[in-house]
Design a binder for this molecule. Structure first.
Ligand code: HEC
Length: 126
């Protein structure tokens, strides 16, 4: 945790140095998603898919929220093209999940609408 906060702090300074405010989802992405999907959002061949240009990321917000809440851990073995497993993130708050999903929809060259805290609350309740 200490290492992660130092990294987040340094990254904040780098962003500040570039004269831009860092999006709220960026530190959450670094903490929860970056090791698999990578800093550039292009994943790792055969291990994790790219989030850049992903139809799931850019598509219907409710489907994206439910996908990331559930992950694919419980999908049928052998049905995935990827060596790794996508964990579910039900432990993230509505606000955190909205921020990180907004981040992946508006980074790596992606351009899609933001996902709000309310969107996540609605999708979680089903
Ligand atoms: C342990 C590695 C790992 C972590 C951590 C991880 N993912 Fe994934 N993710 C995967 C794998 C593997 C898949 C492909 C799953 C499949 O198709 O069976 C995937 C798929 C996805 C997809 C679907 C992409 C597509 O086009 O198929 C999205 C969206 C996604 N992840 C978002 C996230 C977000 C957001 C986070 C952080 C909150 C995250 N992932 C953290 C491994 C990971």
């Amino acid at each position: 945790m200490r290492g992660a906060s130092v990294a987040a702090f340094l990254a904040t300074i780098l962003w500040a140095g570039a004269g831009e405010a860092e999006p709220a989802g960026a530190p959450l992405y670094r903490e929860h998603c970056l090791t698999c999907h990578q800093a550039d959002g292009y994943g790792v061949p055969f291990q994790q898919p790219a989030l850049a240009e992903s139809e799931i990321v850019l598509g219907d917000a409710k489907a994206l929220i439910q996908y990331v809440l559930a992950g694919t851990e419980f999908s049928e073995p052998g049905t995935s093209d990827w060596g790794n497993v996508m964990p579910g993130f039900p432990q993230l708050s509505d606000r955190e999940l909205g921020a990180v999903l907004t981040y992946i929809r508006q980074s790596f060259g992606n351009t899609a609408d933001a996902v709000s805290e309310q969107d996540v609350r609605g999708a979680r309740e089903r």
